[in-house]
Ligand binder design. Structure first.
Ligand SMILES: NC(=O)c1ccc[n+]([C@@H]2O[C@H](COP(=O)([O-])OP(=O)(O)OC[C@H]3O[C@@H](n4cnc5c(N)ncnc54)[C@H](OP(=O)(O)O)[C@@H]3O)[C@@H](O)[C@H]2O)c1
Length: 272
């Protein structure tokens, strides 16, 4: 889907570099078709050397002639970069932004033309290609362009396409989600430590239990409640554990956690 497409990664920090390295590793783009930009020349030099790609601090130069512009700068830098590149961008290019909370309309307005824009919300497990990315299309993007962006993020994990009105919920659930689950893993491991397990063993057991359970949900397609019931032997130990979990209010806490993070996601651009 990207064959011979020229890709410019504007703002090649953690997320930008992850996309560069994954696209190259998957061999879906040729290094001579990739250009990256950064704020600091030293980082651009490092990226050029590490990946054998062109890297620069000049966004406008990088944007010229690119088929896909991957906007990977921090949300508060987006408008500045858009004003730099606006003149050189045309409606035949595809802009894909990963900036949290930045709407497609804000990008379209910043470019002052009917450029197709896709907004993406990846998460940190993309770093190890186990990510989850929510994508939505702006007013001027068609299905084919959405699929092209989808293909890019499939190189770093799973993807889901949603209406833009759901992007804050994607942020609150899957972009913030790993942080919530780290707390769950840490706490389950503490339970193992309390029961006498060495901490490293307890952490491995907890993390693998979470990974295995998540894989069961994704691979069997079963409802999590049915999978939970299958583990819960009558008068066994799991039901005793579940009773403690319900008494502690984990279920309601997690619902409120995701909802609060979603609400905050909708405020981020205004507060930057
Ligand atoms: N990290 C994640 O897991 C994650 C998840 C979801 C969404 N995102 C989104 O991804 C975006 C980037 O996040 P990040 O964690 O990758 O941040 P980051 O590591 O700080 O990367 C930002 C990059 O932007 C570059 N930059 C700053 N100003 C620039 C400019 N005027 N022109 C060109 N490049 C410029 C910086 O260059 P220097 O390195 O030279 O300073 C840096 O490489 C954010 O909008 C964030 O909301 C990130």
């Amino acid at each position: 889907m990207l064959s011979n497409a020229r890709i410019a990664v504007l703002g090649a920090g953690k997320m930008g570099e992850t996309l560069i390295s994954s696209l190259l590793q998957a061999q879906v783009v040729d290094k001579k078709h990739l250009v990256a930009t950064t704020k600091h020349g030293q980082r651009a030099e490092m990226l050029a050397e590490k990946y054998g790609i062109e890297a620069t601090t000049d966004n406008r130069q990088a944007a010229v002639g690119a088929d896909v512009l991957l906007l990977c700068v921090k949300p508060q830098v987006v408008l500045e970069v858009l004003s730099e590149i606006a003149e050189s961008v045309d409606v035949g290019q595809l802009v894909v932004s990963v900036a949290a909370s930045v709407t497609t309309k804000l990008i379209e307005d910043g470019l002052q033309k009917e450029v197709p824009v896709i907004r993406a919300m990846p998460n940190t497990p993309c770093l190890i290609r186990q990510g989850m990315t929510g994508l939505c299309a702006g007013r001027f993007a068609n299905d084919e362009q959405l699929q092209r962006a989808d293909f890019i993020f499939k190189q770093v994990g799973r993807t889901v396409c949603v209406d833009e009105k759901h992007m804050d919920a994607v942020t609150g659930l899957s972009a913030s989600g790993p942080a919530f689950i780290y707390v769950v893993i840490e706490s389950m491991a503490e339970g193992g430590v309390k029961a006498g397990l060495p901490r490293s063993v307890a952490t491995e057991l907890a993390a693998q239990a979470v990974l295995g359970a998540a894989s069961m949900v994704l691979e069997t397609g079963e409802h999590p409640a049915l999978l939970k019931d299958a583990v819960t032997t009558p008068a066994g130990c799991t039901i005793d554990g579940l009773m403690e979990l319900e008494e502690g209010g984990l279920r309601v806490t997690l619902i409120k956690t995701v909802f609060k993070a979603t609400q905050r996601a909708s405020e981020l651009v205004e507060s930057n």
